[in-house]
Ligand binder design. Structure first.
Ligand SMILES: CC(C)(COP(=O)(O)OP(=O)(O)OC[C@H]1O[C@@H](n2cnc3c(N)ncnc32)[C@H](O)[C@@H]1OP(=O)(O)O)[C@@H](O)C(=O)NCCC(=O)NCCS
Length: 213
């Protein structure tokens, strides 16, 4: 298991909505409150979720491949819209949040990555721990998009945001997710359940890499 090559290519961070200016130094975008931070890799650009993403999220959320997952009922547009507003607001509250993943060359949307506090009710997990969540549009699965996008978000989380670790939850039948977390270098930490939900989730963890000697 190789894991993401953290230092292979510097992440470029830009302030969302502030034009093409690119900062090479993470410190340049540190702020008490941010309305969003863009993350750029060779193939992808991650932009803070915005209202213009609504059509994409409604369509992706109601794709047959997503609905066929055990816990997913169709979601009407109004519900997806409410969720999108919560994602947008989270940036103001925490200084991190939800990114929409775009293909750089075509500028087409590919998926979503989010950082979200776990909250109370999870066995063995502190409410303040931060979860990374991933979804890629099914027409683009298995092309490395989730791994690349989550790698960017992890770097942002360990540098600009300053967190020490990330967690991710999945179920043992979600082979694509398990493989993605493995490729990210995440370590299996145990299992958890939420309050009265009988589903058992595997918990994975990624710690901030130690600085090079
Ligand atoms: C999980 C998910 C985000 C992965 O996105 P992705 O862009 O396809 O991920 P990547 O291409 O980076 O990696 C997927 C890996 O899983 C592997 N994989 C896919 N289906 C698999 C299966 N049934 N069994 C084993 N491995 C599988 C792929 O081959 C690939 O590994 P490889 O690069 O070694 O070949 C995507 O499948 C998805 O959106 N699923 C629905 C939402 C979800 O389950 N989110 C995860 C919650 S933590």
């Amino acid at each position: 298991m190789g894991g993401v090559q953290w230092e292979r290519e510097p992440v470029r961070l830009t302030r969302a909505g502030h034009g093409p200016e690119v900062h090479d130094h993470v410190a340049a975008v540190c702020a008490d409150t941010v309305s969003g931070v863009e993350l750029v890799s060779g193939r992808l650009v991650l932009r803070p979720a915005s209202e213009s993403d609504l059509d994409f999220y409604v369509e992706m959320r109601n794709r047959p491949e997503i609905l066929s997952r055990a816990d997913h009922e169709p979601k009407p547009r109004s519900q997806v819209e409410r969720q999108l507003h919560r994602w947008i607001d989270r940036w103001q509250e925490h200084g991190f949040g939800t990114w929409t993943v775009f293909h750089r060359e075509s500028d087409e949307r590919r998926g979503r990555v989010e950082l979200d506090p776990m909250g109370a009710g999870w066995g063995g997990i502190s409410p303040g721990e931060i979860e990374v969540g991933l979804i890629v549009h099914p027409t683009h699965w298995n092309r490395g998009i989730a791994t690349e996008a989550a790698g960017l978000v992890a770097v942002d989380c360990f540098t600009r945001v300053g967190l020490d670790r990330l967690v991710a939850l999945t179920t043992s039948d979600n082979k694509a997710s398990l493989r993605t977390l493995e490729k990210l270098g995440m370590r299996h930490r145990g299992e958890t359940q939420y309050a009265s939900d009988p589903t058992t989730y595997d918990v994975f963890e990624l710690a901030r890499p130690a600085p090079r000697p």
